[in-house]
Design a binder for this molecule. Structure first.
Ligand code: IPE
Ligand code: IPE
Ligand code: MG
Length: 282
């Protein structure tokens, strides 16, 4: 598959990425709350729209870097359900920027094997945005590289309530019984059903909250909050977040000692398997 993004990379950047890839297992799924566009613009005495516009440059760079690093899933919070309450003018500008982004980027995303996906109450978006979005999703649906998910008119609580409603309908129809509702089963009713939970959740602009993003899915996500405003956040900042992630100990409720013991056991089993396979191939 043609991947212009890898060909166009500078040797220094390739080196930085190679060192991250060697350092450990990178997240399979990165989720980002792209916040601080308005403040970025205000700091420069510019209209808020200028911050949103500049934020698109950050999206471009981060998508490229994730694809080059072979990250499986990148989910970006672009517009929350609560953001509909913003002044009408700002909402209009955001919708028109979204449209421009999709139209301008789709060829490049497609050429680089990116699969576009969207979560949220998509039928609340203006009809023309819905059409362009659906076309872009359809066009990239066979791609096998990075899955880029745009969270649009998204709310974590709304998705959970929606799942509960569908579960109730299935119970009424008799295709599901209450005893069968497990953690895993519940996840299948969410819009994020086809992706793993985010391993790393980044929020820019220093705000220490989830703002209704991936509430169910972020149960064990590693949080990385930076004061940097989204329009200033570029690949070097992503590399910092990834370095930080690589140094975290993800315990999932266990003790650190238990994790080290199970690592040791896995290493031993791995060496045993290698010895056995070297004998059987003789
Ligand atoms: C994030 O930036 C973009 C959206 C929510 C659409 P903001 O517009 O929230 O920027 P701040 O938080 O006001 O600086
Ligand atoms: C969260 O940012 C939504 C997006 C980044 C799209 P907000 O700026 O809307 O969040 P709050 O209002 O500060 O919590
Ligand atoms: Mg904000």
């Amino acid at each position: 598959m043609n991947n212009q993004w890898i060909d166009s990379q500078s040797p220094e950047d390739k080196q930085l990425q190679a060192s991250l890839l060697e350092a450990g297992t990178l997240p399979r799924h990165i989720a980002i709350i792209m916040d601080g566009n308005g403040r970025w613009a205000m700091d420069r005495n510019l209209p808020r729209a200028a911050g949103h516009q500049q934020g698109i440059e950050s999206v471009r760079d981060i998508v490229k870097a994730c694809s080059q690093l072979n990250i499986g899933f990148l989910t970006v919070y672009a517009f929350s359900m609560e953001n509909w309450k913003r002044p009408r003018m700002e909402v209009q500008i955001l919708m028109s920027l979204l449209k421009t982004y999709l139209l301008q980027e789709i060829d490049e995303l497609d050429a680089n094997n990116v699969r576009l996906h969207a979560i949220g109450k998509l039928n609340a978006l203006p009809k023309n945005v819905q059409n362009i979005l659906n076309e872009a999703i359809e066009r990239t649906s066979k791609n096998t590289g990075l899955t880029l998910t745009l969270a649009l008119s998204y709310s974590g609580r709304w998705d959970i309530v929606r799942a509960v409603q569908m579960i109730a309908l299935d119970i009424r129809r008799g295709t599901l019984s209450p005893e069968d509702i497990t953690d895993e089963q519940f996840s299948k009713y969410l819009l994020t059903e086809s992706m793993p939970d985010p391993d790393l959740m980044i929020r820019t602009s220093g705000e220490m909250r989830l703002s209704n993003f991936l509430l169910w899915e972020s149960a064990y996500s590693e949080m990385y909050i930076t004061k940097q405003l989204w329009p200033d956040f570029r690949r070097e900042d992503l590399y910092c977040a990834l370095k930080d992630f690589l140094n975290r100990e993800r315990r999932f409720g266990k003790t650190g000692q238990q994790l080290r013991e199970s690592d040791e056991k896995e290493n031993q089993q791995g060496s045993l398997r290698r010895i056995i396979s070297s004998f059987s191939s003789r």
